[in-house]
Design a protein around this ligand. Structure first.
Ligand code: F6P
Length: 339
């Protein structure tokens, strides 16, 4: 189908509002602005060395990780794009220690936006896929002066979640609770055009993604599951598996949405007292909403991720997400070990 016969993101959103009654006007406008910010990030990222945007910024984020120039730049792009729209009360991001309240010079809205402006940023300098992840929450009605506490909502309360992936094509993958849909950026038109509808993750898979160089730091149930995966058809799972690791969660989840698989970042003894590497509020929650909406599953090894009560903005969580059968298997190993 040619681009002219396909639906634009704007039309998709308007139809969600009008026909399906699934989209308040202010949420629709917010998503349009987020999509515009992602378009801007896509162009900045694609400039690379031409714009001298590669390399480290010389600062660390709140997790103590070195920030790339593009981490800082894309965070600012996201803030600037979203602060004036009138739909948000505040934002929080991987790159900022504290929440960002919408300044008084702009009207304020009822939504909270949580995002990772540039996921997988270690890939940036080598021209490999990166992305932006976002989650939209409703500010609690009881809240007058927005605070961290307002953000501490379980993932199942998200009203929208999505990511943009900056690969050979730029795509936006979005859910507002009625399936998962993808939109490809038509760089000639400058528009997001719907290219996939109601994406579904197959229940079974023979592909997994994990950084296995960390094997010695994993807990026993994770080591058991990995041993069984690589034992292939001669082991207890009686099938050969394939492995992939792009080192950008956006790219792993995108692959899983398109052809199934399981993505894992387990708890790891290198950081005692901290569960895994990934962040609950702006990585695990939005991706779990997408994965569940596409028929997959997501747990921290024991609990459904979307049921975890957050207690801090930057808290970490172990992640097992993707094809249901494999997520259930590795979760059952963790539960058995817990007993
Ligand atoms: O945010 C963290 C992240 O970049 C994820 O996108 C990715 O899955 C992971 O870290 C890669 O971690 P590692 O460098 O340990 O393989």
């Amino acid at each position: 189908m040619t681009t002219t016969k396909r639906k634009s993101l704007s039309r998709y959103l308007i139809e969600e509002q009008r026909v399906h009654n699934n989209m308040p006007a202010d949420l629709r406008l917010l998503i349009e602005i987020i999509a515009r910010a992602c378009k801007h990030i896509s162009f900045s990222v694609s400039k690379g060395l031409l714009d001298d945007v590669l390399g480290n910024a010389g600062t660390d984020n709140v997790q103590g990780e070195a920030q790339k120039k593009l981490d800082v730049l894309t965070n600012e792009l996201f803030l600037e794009a979203n602060e004036w729209g009138g739909n948000l009360a505040a934002m929080a991001s991987e790159e900022m220690e504290h929440i960002y309240e919408i300044p008084n010079r702009f009207p304020k809205g009822e939504y909270l936006l949580v995002y990772d402006p540039l996921d997988g940023s270690s890939n940036i300098d080598i021209n490999v896929t990166v992305g932006t992840i976002f989650s939209v929450l409703k500010k609690p009605e009881s809240s007058h002066n927005v605070s961290n506490q307002d953000f501490f909502q379980k993932g199942c309360q998200q009203v929208a979640a999505g990511y943009a992936i900056y690969g050979p094509q730029t795509q936006l993958v979005l859910t507002t609770g009625r399936g998962v849909h993808s939109f490809t950026l038509d760089t000639q038109l400058g528009s997001w055009i719907q290219t996939q509808e109601d994406m579904q993750i197959p229940e079974t898979t023979a592909e997994f993604a994990i950084n296995s160089s960390n094997y010695r730091y994993w807990e026993k149930p994770m080591q058991r599951y990995y041993d069984e995966l690589i034992a292939g058809e001669t082991g207890p799972l009686q099938k050969n598996y394939n492995m992939r690791w792009v080192a950008a969660m956006v790219a792993e989840v995108h692959r899983i949405l398109n052809r199934g698989g399981i993505f894992m970042y387990p708890t790891d003894s290198r950081t005692p007292g901290r569960a895994g590497k990934l962040r609950l509020m702006y990585e695990a929650n939005p991706m779990s909403m997408i994965v569940e909406q596409a028929g997959g599953a997501a747990t921290d090894g024991i609990t459904r991720i979307l049921d975890i009560q957050p207690t801090s903005l930057h808290e970490r969580v172990a992640v097992f997400m993707g094809s249901k059968q494999e997520v259930e298997r590795v979760t059952s190993y963790h539960k058995e070990a817990q007993k």
